[in-house]
Design a protein around this ligand. Structure first.
Ligand code: OSB
Ligand code: MG
Length: 379
């Protein structure tokens, strides 16, 4: 099925989180979300989401750099080009443009979503997914004190989540993790995520996390520190999981070669889209390394892509794929994303495309700017 884009529309919406989300490098409260509407020559329109945040605290990209990159460099190279399929998008976007992976991913994934609509197949099938439902974990932001974190972790377990991940930073770590492990008991899957807040000199402190039987420690050190992560992994019994460090297939291969970790968090936005996500999944699987799908506080549109990706066979561990109510008073898709009492999100395999309807009225109400990029009119 070929794709030929006639128009790409960028749109910024502001969507307030139900509670601020605090990680080691900053706070997110009202999310500024860049949505992309891709229309092909048949008039079919698909939607996608760019996961870049307002500030460059997780990655160097922001919604504003992504907007710029999409308008100036990325959209023009897809408009009016015939793609043999969604797999053809990534190489075109990479040609002569380094980085800007979140901006690229928004377009690349949009091509996958559009292909699913054009083929009248569910997105999960088009990307090669096999699961009907995906296990789900919650990511809890840093709280003011351990008691508040314990309360949230207990509530999460009660609502069915199959994994609880705690954001940590030096100082908001050992005491918090100890309190939650104590409250949840030894059998609950518990993980921590440092978002690169530690330095190699903190190895002694990090080694104390071995006491809590964690499923993993996610991204303790800086993104580029693959060698230092390998040294740290040698000291720790707990598996390290890399998030920010894995930006392409090569970094995943380097992690495996160096032993920088034993688990990979795959976020399609971070690596430039579905094609690379799938390639990382394949490399990890061949090496016997589990992967899971991370989240970036996506709206219901980005979530549809994550859920589809998480239905691939190697996504064995629960993903950060919380239902809509975890984030928003009201989502921008219908039905909203829900989770079963035993912690699974259903992969919508009965419906073509994303499997959810876009709530255009709601989106219009939330929109603060738009820009339409069109193929040049034929002379
Ligand atoms: O590191 O996984 C992360 C959110 C924003 C930026 C980085 C991260 C996160 C999360 C949220 O952990 C997971 C979710 O979307 O529920
Ligand atoms: Mg992370």
């Amino acid at each position: 099925m070929t794709i030929r884009l006639q128009q790409i529309r960028l749109r910024e919406i502001r969507l307030p989180l139900v509670e601020p989300f605090v990680i080691s490098s900053g706070v997110m409260d009202v999310r500024r979300i860049l949505l992309v509407e891709l229309t092909d020559r048949t008039g079919t329109t698909g939607w996608s989401e760019c996961v870049a945040d307002a500030r460059p605290n997780y990655s160097p990209e922001t919604i504003d750099t992504a907007w710029w990159a999409l308008r100036e460099w990325l959209a023009p190279r897809l408009l009016d080009r015939t793609l043999d399929g969604p797999d053809a998008a990534a190489p075109l976007l990479d040609e002569g443009v380094r980085g800007h992976r979140m901006a690229k991913a928004a377009l690349e994934m949009g091509c996958w979503g559009l292909a699913a609509l054009l083929e009248e197949r569910p997105l999960a099938d088009v990307v090669g997914g096999i699961r009907d439902r995906v296990p789900t974990g919650i990511s809890l932001g840093i709280q003011e004190d351990p008691a508040r974190l314990v309360e949230k972790a207990r509530a999460a377990v009660e609502s069915g989540y199959r994994k609880v991940k705690l954001k940590i930073s030096p100082g908001s770590d050992l005491e918090y993790v100890a309190a939650v492990r104590e409250a949840l008991g030894p059998d609950r899957a518990l993980a921590v995520d440092a978002n690169a807040a530690y330095r190699p000199e903190d190895a002694d402190r990090l080694a104390r996390l071995d006491d809590f039987d964690l499923l993993m420690i996610e991204q303790p050190l800086a993104a580029g520190d693959l060698v230092r992560h390998a040294r740290l992994q040698e000291r720790l019994a707990t598996p390290l999981c890399l998030d920010e460090s894995i930006v392409d297939v090569a970094s995943a291969e380097d992690m495996l070669a160096l032993g920088s970790g034993r688990i990979i968090n795959v976020k399609p936005g971070r690596v430039g889209g579905f094609a690379v996500s799938r390639a990382i999944h394949d490399v990890a699987r061949a090496a016997g390394i589990p992967v899971w799908c991370g989240g970036m506080l996506e709206s219901g549109i980005g979530r549809a892509y994550n859920v589809a990706l998480a239905s691939l066979p190697g996504f064995e561990l629960p993903g950060d794929l919380s239902p809509s109510v975890r984030y928003w008073a009201r989502d921008i898709v219908r039905p909203e994303w829900t989770m079963s009492a035993d912690g699974f999100v259903t992969v919508p395999r009965e419906r073509p495309g994303l499997g959810v309807e876009i709530d255009l009225d709601r989106i219009d109400d939330l929109t603060v700017r738009t820009e339409t990029l069109a193929a040049r009119a034929a002379a």
